[in-house]
Design a binder for this molecule. Structure first.
Ligand code: ADP
Ligand code: MG
Length: 723
């Protein structure tokens, strides 16, 4: 049966216009159509008799048209002047069943009077109400009315009534009803083509994943279906579109979610396996003693454990590909530097890529402080460098005199030639695309990869999002940290907050204030309710607290100006910074003890948590104030969660629950697989099962036919993942 591509134009009711609309929605073949799942369902399976109808609710009813439909044009009267305000059509149909009669009414659809035929049976779904002023038996006239119902002739294949009805996001040129009918037609076509299957031809002969027969072709090995109690693909596809009952729907969904997650995980494991099997440079010496002695603090147990994972990888002869995950302030930088030190003492270069100039520069100075005394040269490479400085940096990178290289995206540009790169580190990985991480690694032929992220992700999810990486977790904060106290207040507290800022500064501390907008016009354009903006805020606060030096920072400033402002803040020359979220990642000033987040309702939990992580980095008590006037319940519950826990993992799970995985990482996150049906939060249980299956399947001998199907399906999946 292989290789028959059933095109949409072969379906009846699909002309050029509709075919085009379908293609715009990513639907090119019948199989695509069948993989276009409903977004919701409406349970219209409970068909009532007229006597059983519930007023003021949506009901489904089957009945026979009792008389010829009537359509009348009524004048609309202007209520004050009494003058005519145009006319409108009212269409009435009376239906009956063995328990009574019911009036159906539609407005402005006069053609309906020609649709319904006296004596024929139809099925309707709509809201029912009592007709005012009509007693129980008003000459046998109906006392109930159904308004603007959905209708369909009675038959043995009703699609929109009398069943659980699928609700789609119909492509242009389609209504719910016409799209439903098209899907139903496609199901019939797929079933028939299966029956007509070419004898003797194996589905693998000319295997094409777009071909018709694949809609029902079952790629899952029997043993997996049995173990996880999954139905076959045909049953699943039929029941995801037109569920026969709740139970079959649930089984269909389980099967399809499992399948989607299973193949994604298989593909990611395969990619990981392929990378892990690549020869990597071998670091012979693993003695970090000297480095640790100049570091200025003892590594925590968690940091040491992660360093051990890294040491094992880099000395094993294969490429390391490891993600280090740790909450804000857990000390990922120290671990990264330790790994870089290993590269340096083994004669290799190490590169560290950060998402912003500010962060790269901060890493540069921190790194120099440790590495210079050890005799290694550190260079900084960012887009902000002048031409001469850049030339010098590039020369040192190329001839190997710079062992440690720190920078932004500039590190992966074409002109950068490395001498012998042994380790590539990406900080704040969630800010980069997968491609960028990979590009950096490719700058060194057999170099190791270490990526760091502070976005806490539940482990199962990590396996999907970073499925090609091994994961280490720093689950312990350096000693001496005090829990940050978090409050959520509204703008009535503004004076008290200003007073709070004054007091903290008086005691020698510093503060961040975060506003969502840069300037006024922008804040007005973004939202009807006024958003706080950096420029006005700085001006106003300077007027209120003239004795305090207040600076501002935002993404549209020149790199050098940003840097100057950060430097002044670090040096304590200014005590308060009003900023946009440019300071969200990684900025470290231990003396800052207060962060105020204006319009806190604008930020997601993970982002609030990141922002809060800018304080509490020293030993002093720190505070986070969330300011919002929102009354929105969901937003307020987010704020409450912030005041109740500082555990990034807990917050991440909550965030995921509230927003779903897509939004969770924001638009900046690349390389997140998108799913047709799985919901990474809701389907966590199935995800766990699919991951277990993906791990175990390798050790199970499969019948050759099944093994081949599986292999092809997984390699197709790999091609879909954009690496
Ligand atoms: P993050 O994990 O958010 O990147 P950083 O690496 O910036 O955290 O570390 C936060 C602060 O904690 C830095 O000032 C760093 O010097 C300090 N630090 C890291 N590890 C330790 C440790 N084991 N003991 C004491 N301080 C530490
Ligand atoms: Mg960091």
């Amino acid at each position: 049966v292989g290789g028959i591509i059933m095109l949409l134009s072969e379906l009846s009711g699909v002309g050029a216009k509709r075919a085009h609309a379908l293609q715009s929605a990513g639907i090119f073949t019948v199989t695509d159509l069948l993989n276009y799942f409903p977004r919701d369902y409406d349970d219209r399976s409970n068909v009532k008799t007229i006597a059983e109808l519930t007023p003021d609710a949506v009901n489904t009813i089957r009945g026979t048209v009792a008389r010829d439909p009537e359509s009348a044009n009524l004048q609309r009267k202007n209520t004050t002047s009494g003058a005519s305000a145009g006319s409108f059509a009212v269409t009435k149909v009376i239906i009956k069943d063995k328990t009574g009669t019911l009036e159906l009414i539609w407005f402005n659809q006069p053609y309906l009077s020609k649709v319904f035929v006296k004596g024929r049976e139809y099925i309707f779904t709509g809201k029912v109400r009592e007709i005012l002023g009509r007693g129980k038996s008003f000459n046998g006239a109906p006392t109930l009315q159904m308004q603007s119902p959905d209708y369909e002739a009675s038959s043995n294949k009703e699609l929109s009534n009398g069943r659980i009805v699928p609700i789609y996001t119909p492509p242009k040129q389609f209504t719910q009803k016409t799209f439903r009918a098209l899907i139903h037609q496609a199901l019939d076509v797929a079933k028939n083509s299966k029956k007509m299957g070419v004898k003797g031809a194996s589905p693998l002969v000319s295997f094409d994943l777009k071909s018709l027969d694949l809609a029902f072709l079952d790629f899952l090995p029997e043993i997996i279906k049995n173990k996880y109690d999954l139905c076959d693909r045909e049953t699943a596809v039929c029941n995801i579109h037109f569920p026969e009952n709740d139970e079959l729907f649930l089984r269909a969904r389980k099967r399809l979610v499992f399948e989607e997650l299973f193949f994604m995980q298989m593909a990611l494991f395969d990619i990981k396996g392929a990378v892990a099997a690549q020869t990597g440079v071998r670091f012979e010496c693993l003695d970090c003693g000297k480095f640790l002695s100049v570091l200025g603090f003892e590594l925590t147990g968690a940091q040491l454990r992660v360093l051990e994972d890294i040491s094992d990888n880099v000395s094993g002869g294969f490429k390391m590909n490891r993600l280090v995950q740790g909450d804000v302030g857990s000390g990922k930088t120290a671990v990264a530097f330790a790994a870089a030190y290993l590269a340096l003492i083994n004669g290799f270069q190490a590169a560290l890529m950060a998402p912003t100039d500010v962060l790269a520069t901060q890493h540069f100075f921190a790194c120099e402080k440790v590495f210079s005394p050890l005799g290694f040269e550190v260079v900084l490479l960012t887009g902000a460098l002048g031409a001469k400085a850049k030339r010098e940096a590039l020369a040192k990178i190329a001839d190997g005199s710079a062992g440690m290289i720190i920078g932004t995206h500039a590190l992966i540009q074409d002109g950068v030639q490395y001498h012998n790169l042994g380790l590539c580190i990406t900080d704040e990985q969630h800010r980069f695309g997968v491609n960028q991480r990979v590009t950096l690694t490719q700058k060194g032929e057999a170099s190791h990869t270490l990526v760091m992220t502070a976005t806490p992700i539940p482990r199962t999810l990590g396996l999907i999002l970073y499925g090609d990486l091994d994961i280490s977790i720093i689950d312990e904060l350096p000693p001496g940290r005090q829990e940050i106290k978090t409050y959520c207040v509204d703008s009535k507290y503004r004076e008290r907050i200003n007073e709070f800022i004054r007091k903290e500064v008086e005691q020698g501390r510093q503060a961040y204030i975060i506003c969502p907008a840069i300037e006024e016009s922008e804040s007005a354009a973004q939202s009807k309710t006024e958003l706080k903006n950096v420029l006005n805020y700085t001006e106003n606060l300077s007027a209120v607290l003239p004795e305090i030096n207040i600076a501002y920072l935002h993404g549209r400033m020149k790199s050098a100006d940003k840097q100057q402002t950060m430097d002044a803040f670090k040096a304590g020359e200014c005590q308060v910074i009003v900023a946009t979220t440019v300071i969200e990642v990684g900025v470290h000033v231990a003396n800052a003890t207060l962060i105020i987040i204006e319009n806190a309702e604008r930020f997601g939990l993970s982002q609030l948590h990141q922002l809060r992580g800018r304080v509490g980095r020293g030993t002093e008590q720190s505070y986070c104030v969330l300011l919002t006037d929102t009354k929105n319940k969901q937003t307020l519950s987010r704020m409450k969660a912030m005041t109740q826990t500082t555990d990034g993992f807990k917050l991440a799970e909550l965030d995921l629950k509230q927003r779903g995985a897509g939004d969770f990482f924001g638009t900046r996150q690349h390389g997140i697989p998108t799913f047709a049906i799985a919901n990474l939060y809701r389907d966590m249980k199935i995800l766990e099962a699919a991951q277990e299956a993906a791990q175990k399947i390798r050790e199970i001998p499969l019948p050759p036919h099944e093994a081949e199907l599986l292999r092809k399906r997984v390699s197709h999946q790999q091609a879909e993942i954009s690496l």
